[in-house]
Design a protein around this ligand. Sequence first.
Ligand SMILES: CC(C)(COP(=O)(O)OP(=O)(O)OC[C@H]1O[C@@H](n2cnc3c(N)ncnc32)[C@H](O)[C@@H]1OP(=O)(O)O)[C@@H](O)C(=O)NCCC(=O)NCCS
Length: 404
Amino acid sequence: MTDIEVRAAGADEWGAVRAVFSGAMMFDPGPEDELDRQLFEAERTLVATDGAEVVGTVMALTRDLSVPGAVVDAAHVTGVGVRATHRRRGVMSRLIGRQLRDVPEAIALLWASESAIYGRFGYAACAWSTDYEVDLHRVGPTNDRVRPDALGVLTADEALKELPSVLRRLQEQRPGVSGRSDLRWQKRLRDKPEHRNGSIARQILVHRDQDGAIDGYALWRGKMNWLPVGPANEVQLEELVALDATAYRELWQYLLTMDLSSKLTYGHAALDEPLQQLVNTPTALDRRISESLWLRVTDVSRALQQRQYVVPVDVVLDVTDGLIEANTGRFRLTVDGSSVTCQRTEDPADLSLSVTELGAIYLGERSLAEFAATGRVVEHTPGALYRTAAAFRWPVSPVSLEIF
Ligand SMILES: CC(C)(COP(=O)(O)OP(=O)(O)OC[C@H]1O[C@@H](n2cnc3c(N)ncnc32)[C@H](O)[C@@H]1OP(=O)(O)O)[C@@H](O)C(=O)NCCC(=O)NCCS
């Protein structure tokens, strides 16, 4: 390991970074792409080099994230890859350790390729994603009447202007939503024919309120499938955002009643996705739940201060962190309405836990009580566990709309 150096990438190293990461993940990067190059943040990318050769990478993207009651900066970690020739020699550990100590944001988050990788660095799964496969023949219509002028279709250029404000409003409603700059929106709406896999071009369906303002959208594709017995097309829903109940019901009415179609697939929905309320036969909604976001608290007092809590609480947390020393110690979290303080204290602890459990509960989906059940959270003051757990829980599940 002595000959492996870890340093920030140079602006001209996008090609080398891309080669290492795509090779590690085993995808064909295709020809170099100007948009991806523009999105490359060299100064926030760490590379491990063996001589002149880049052998490992990790990137942090500058994006914001909705958390309970706020939108905050969050290091979006991606591009974690080590050349197969250099694995299991501690290269990733060095890259991630340095990144977590360096990032200015109080939280870092990622989607994990494998669950076993990131727990050792203090990350925890903090949100679930639901993948649906809907049997459109069995599910039964929602029986909603759609206002005749409510639905429309946008071109990608129109969507680039109209949809960013809808996503920003979603961030005010739900935790877990990553902000998108103009460039990120361009990447999200890009629709290269070679990536369509036999499906039609992406459709951008929008819902408008009575005043004509867009209050929801769905990005979807269709795939023709003609069986000897007749049509069995597939509707592939990529992203659905609805800012109110009418938009939600009317967008789904459209999607669930698509002619010639027998199946709808929809990934990355929230755990509390209310779709089952709209249909006659909820058993026609086949659901699979998996981890989505993993979160790491890099600055305990700042992270706990920058979100909101459902009920008041005053608790002393004794936190351990094996990687970032400044996070180890006792912190008093005091919440009174929207006033939140979290400061170091010498007072005795009410609860003991590690920074990993704080990451797990940060977006309000998982409960502290889950971790007390296995001894990862220890209650010293009777009642402190439930009071603190209740304060951290949030009434709306997080949703992460895209793997970054
Ligand atoms: C995952 C990856 C980056 C790990 O790199 P690495 O340099 O071999 O990791 P390290 O040597 O620092 O490993 C640190 C520890 O994590 C463990 N570990 C690493 N990868 C693991 C994996 N995929 N599953 C389980 N444990 C893993 C190692 O065994 C080691 O454990 P130890 O400390 O008990 O010995 C590398 O295997 C890789 O590029 N994989 C393919 C791409 C990928 O999955 N990237 C992650 C995208 S989210």
